[in-house]
Design a protein around this ligand. Structure first.
Ligand SMILES: [Zn+2]
Length: 271
């Protein structure tokens, strides 16, 4: 028994002696540090977009759909005229009008950028194409722009009421939208427009302070977008160039596009 026990003990010593020495291994400190850093997830600032484009990405600075400011009150039976939003936060607002071109890349650009625009749509561009416009649910907010896109100034109350109420009725019926904001075609309106809009259940008439045309952001004053600006663009064949030009301008100017109706919330909403 004793010689056998000795043999086992010797084997154990040899095994220990043959184990690799700790000093022979490379230091592990650097590897550990690197691994810890790379496991931290940061949201992307750009994403690949349609046609090989690069889409700037914006994070939501608050939960969209949460009222942030109240709409100005209706006075003398007329909706207020909103040209810009008074805010000290670095926010801008993007609005897209008409709906004449149902661009196949529009929804993808909105989803990837994280930007939720306000769409002012005419009945004549929605009627018969509801399947396309319904895809924007959850990605954009639909509001009103008249039935047939006439110049409203100087026309009768009944005519203006039909154009404005009729547009709202169609957007509700075909898209399930709840239009509260109204943009007059060409930006043209008079007191009758503001009265008819109020009577049709609207809370504000919305103008703009900058526009995007042919892939270029155009300012009413100065050479940059400023906090509170409301930007106008259209559903055109240049949608990709126009939307990307707006997003890139926002990044340059340090601004985040947020939801317009959150800053024009009903006066009974909790802000
Ligand atoms: Zn228009």
């Amino acid at each position: 028994m004793r010689p056998r026990a000795l043999a086992v003990a010797v084997a154990a010593v040899i095994a220990v002696a043959c184990a690799p020495e700790p000093e022979a291994q490379p230091p592990a400190t650097t590897t550990t540090t690197t691994t810890t850093t790379t496991t931290t997830t940061t949201p992307p600032t750009v994403l690949p977009g349609p046609g090989g484009t690069t889409v700037p990405v914006f994070q939501h600075p608050y939960a969209y759909g949460t009222p942030q400011q109240h709409v100005p009150p209706i006075a003398d039976g007329m909706v207020p005229v909103v040209r810009r939003i008074a805010t000290d936060r670095p926010y801008v607002f993007i609005t897209i009008d008409d709906g004449a071109v149902r661009h196949p890349a529009a929804l993808e650009l909105m989803r990837k950028s994280g930007v939720e625009p306000t769409l002012f749509l005419n009945s004549k561009h929605v009627d018969g194409y509801a399947d396309y416009w319904k895809t924007f649910q959850g990605a954009a907010r639909v509001h009103a722009h008249t039935a047939t896109h006439p110049d409203l100034t100087g026309t009768s109350y009944d005519f203006q009421r039909d154009e404005i109420c009729g547009n709202a009725d169609l957007l509700r019926a075909q898209l399930g939208a709840q239009p509260k904001l109204f943009r007059p075609p060409f930006g043209n309106f008079d007191h009758t427009t503001r009265r008819a809009a109020a009577d049709c259940g609207f809370t504000a008439l919305v103008m703009w302070t900058a526009a995007v045309n042919d892939g270029v952001v155009q300012f009413q004053a100065g050479g940059r977008l400023n906090a509170g600006d409301i930007v106008l663009m259209h559903f055109r064949h240049t949608f990709v160039e126009d939307f990307l030009a707006f997003l890139e301008r926002c990044k340059l100017d340090g601004l985040t596009p947020v939801v317009l109706e959150d800053f024009l919330a009903d006066r009974d909403a909790v802000v």
